[in-house]
Design a protein around this ligand. Structure first.
Ligand SMILES: Cc1cc2nc3c(=O)[nH]c(=O)nc-3n(C[C@H](O)[C@H](O)[C@H](O)COP(=O)(O)O)c2cc1C
Length: 225
């Protein structure tokens, strides 16, 4: 059994290993490793436990080819990655939809007064706090934002076992959605692409060292600046 310091070292090593990989070698990720990475998405947290997402493991070469023309940020990745995950977010996840109601039932809130009370809270949350209830774009952005947690968890899980990845939002959303609808992967009325993730094994190490702002420029305590 690893102790805490060992685990911290392993997690830190995974963050140091992870970089955005744009060109992969031809090694394929074993199915059990893919399942482990997808579990990281599945088990990710979501606002109000909504899970307003789906993760599509893309293996069909024809779909990848179609997506390439609409995805400037994924050109080489679509050609070379072992696997591709599409992160799909639900549209119109309003407080008064089955989706929200079902998420509460799934979480054991029950059907009665407790459920109604919670829905009133969520109505106010979406109307007054986030001010997204009557704006389809804002509602989609809300669920899409949550998929980024799953995106990050997949990247970290992959890096922990030496698998490379790259998050992708460099594509035309309208075109990608219509391609996915055309191949029967999404219902455009109800959902849309939020981001993509390429997975595989790097062809070569990076030419340049990782660059980050100095830690002190992004991590603060609560003293006034
Ligand atoms: C939300 C998001 C979207 C990104 N989209 C793309 C993309 O479309 N194509 C690409 O090659 N890299 C993409 N990247 C990778 C970033 O350019 C990269 O993570 C950043 O430059 C930092 O480098 P590093 O990941 O190697 O540390 C994206 C990263 C994030 C977090």
């Amino acid at each position: 059994m690893s102790n805490k310091e060992d685990i911290k070292r392993q997690v830190r090593a995974a963050f140091d290993f992870r970089m955005a990989v744009r060109v992969y070698n031809d090694q394929k990720i074993p199915q059990e490793d893919l399942d482990y990475i997808l579990d990281a998405a599945w088990l990710s947290p979501s606002s109000i436990g909504l899970e307003a997402w789906r993760f599509i493991l893309l293996e069909n070469e024809a779909i990848k080819k179609a997506l390439k023309d609409a995805s400037w940020g994924a050109e080489y990745q679509l050609e070379t990655a072992s696997h591709f995950v599409l992160l799909i977010a639900e549209k119109n996840a309003r407080y008064d939809t089955d989706s929200v109601r079902e998420s509460l039932v799934r979480r054991g809130v029950g059907e009665g007064e407790a459920l109604s009370k919670r829905l009133v809270t969520y109505e106010s949350f979406q109307k007054n706090d986030m001010q997204i209830a009557d704006n389809p774009r804002a509602l989609f952005d809300w669920t899409a934002k949550q998929t980024y947690i799953a995106l990050a968890n997949m990247m970290t899980a992959a890096a922990m076992i030496g698998i490379d990845s790259c998050p992708i939002e460099g594509f035309n959303y309208e075109k990608v959605n219509s391609i996915l609808a055309q191949y029967g992967l999404i219902d455009q009325e109800k959902e849309g692409i939020a981001s993509m993730l390429s997975l595989g094994y790097r062809l070569r190490d990076p030419k340049h060292p990782r660059s980050r702002k100095p830690r002190a420029e992004v991590i603060f305590n609560d003293q006034p600046r």
